[in-house]
Design a protein around this ligand. Structure first.
Ligand code: EPZ
Length: 424
């Protein structure tokens, strides 16, 4: 097993380029299941564990894939197997993304129910509601979803999501593009990753209108074709790297990211006293001597993203005063807090709100990762903690951050990866 060993106290400076977005790569890779007509060439795909896991699932279904230098080639012409087994789905919830495209192309799909995750139950009722609206018959037994399109083809419908769901919007889009007739989606997720999926589907020959808004209209088409596509950069990785600059009192430029996609986060950095300069595809952040305590509430895009909540809590341990971080999406996404408190932070949890009392000088020790963004927050704290911090079980981090220690080293951090054995 790997751990990251960090000597705190270095101010980060310099520039770094973000990797391709994990959360747009996954639905885009799933969407290649919609047609066997040609070979897809997907550029700027990050080399992450989640991508490897998803590729394993596609190979299991019969897809041929080749991944080199952040470009993935995929052909799904030989895909026949319409079953996504538990052994593969349990490794990553986003595997549910194969449901919509398989149902759209084959008229049937059998997908294992995904597990929960470290920060609470993560239901898929909205995914199933959308499929049923499009005419699928869904039964659940022995932990599997069995979906069949009546008459072998999905039919356009109106889908109204009671809450904004990235995954369910993605699945509904991928199911609707080949459905008979027109589908409208109300309260669709507006996250840049869903906007990117819509642009990718249209590049394949789909007809999606209202892209980038919460009201989408999809006119079903008969055929789609493979295409080449450039994936967007990862706005959450970029936000995490900017937080590393802010927490260490440094100055860093992150290239690749589109500032508009991080607008709510950049506004909060400015409120916290940072100076932020942007160009079309880069952000430069200079940290102030003293950080101002700044409240955030995580909500659907374009509000502050829940995937930056843990990182913001780590940052606020250094602010001069008390700040309140509320998560309206995942009410229990606070596993990082007990570990941050072991580093010397003083953070209380009140229902779905963290109250951070700062500034606190942190001192290094061994801390345990529990999920992807929690482990990122522990790395951020380690960068500023006195002495040595060891972040254990970094396989959580490797799911969503490509070569993170190399990026941080290039900015001046004293961080290295080591193997270790856990006591049984
Ligand atoms: C996506 O998860 C992201 N994952 C998550 O990022 C991110 O935290 C989340 O969106 C919110 O932005 C990927 O894109 C692979 P949701 P997803 O459906 O699609 C509830 C990371 O760190 N809900 O938008 O699963 C749900 O419980 C990961 O990269 C239902 O009730 O999130 C949550 O409270 C972690 N029923 C809210 O909706 C459903 O059928 C938003 O979830 C689906 C969701």
């Amino acid at each position: 097993m790997d751990k990251l060993v960090i000597q705190g106290g270095r101010r980060l400076s310099g520039s770094v380029t973000a990797s391709g977005s994990k959360n747009s790569s996954l639905p885009i890779i799933a969407a290649t299941l919609l047609t066997g007509n040609g070979t897809f060439v997907l550029n700027n795909i990050p080399d992450l564990q989640d991508i490897k896991t998803f590729t394993q699932l596609l190979n299991h279904l019969g897809a041929e894939t080749r991944f080199a230098g952040n470009t993935m080639e995929i052909s799904t012409s030989n895909v026949k197997n319409v079953q996504a087994p538990y052994e593969l789905v349990k490794k990553m919830r986003a595997s549910i993304y194969v449901l919509g495209p398989m149902l759209a192309r084959f008229g049937t799909a059998r997908v294992s129910l995904p597990g929960g995750c470290a920060f609470g139950p993560r239901p898929i009722d909205l995914h199933l509601m959308a499929m049923e609206k499009l005419g699928a018959k869904i039964t659940i037994e022995t932990g599997y979803i069995d979906a069949t399109a009546e008459g072998g083809k999905l039919r356009g419908a109106h889908i109204d999501f009671p809450i904004s769901s990235v995954g369910a919007t993605g699945n509904a889009l991928m199911a609707a593009v080949l459905a008979e007739g027109t589908t409208t989606i109300g309260n669709a997720a507006m996250e840049p990753e869903i906007e990117t999926l819509s642009l990718f589907l249209n590049a394949m020959g789909a007809d999606i209108r209202g892209i980038g808004t919460t009201e989408l209209e999809i006119h079903g088409v008969d055929t789609l074709k493979a295409t080449e596509f450039d994936n967007i950069f990862d706005r959450i990785e970029a936000g995490t790297l900017l937080a590393a600059a802010a927490i260490t009192g440094g100055e860093v430029t992150v290239n690749g990211v589109i500032p508009e996609q991080l607008k709510s986060v950049l506004k909060k950095f400015v409120q916290a006293g940072c100076s932020v300069q942007t160009t079309g595809n880069s952000v430069t952040l200079k940290s102030p001597e003293t950080l101002i305590p700044t409240d955030v509430t995580a909500k659907p895009y374009p509000s502050f993203p829940t995937d930056m909540q843990a990182q913001w809590i780590a940052l606020m341990t250094r602010a001069k005063g008390t700040s309140h971080i509320t998560d309206k999406i995942y009410h229990e996404r606070f596993n990082h807090i007990p570990e941050l408190n072991r580093l010397g932070a003083h953070i209380e949890i009140r229902k779905n709100q963290a109250v951070v009392h700062g500034p606190r000088s942190l001192s290094g020790t061994k801390v345990m990762s529990t999920d992807l963004r929690a482990s990122a927050s522990l790395v951020l704290a380690g960068l500023v903690a006195e002495g040595t911090t060891e972040v254990l079980r970094v396989y959580h981090l490797d799911r969503g951050y490509e070569k993170i220690e190399a990026k941080l080293q290039s900015l001046g951090a004293d961080i290295r990866r080591e193997q270790y054995k856990e006591f049984e």
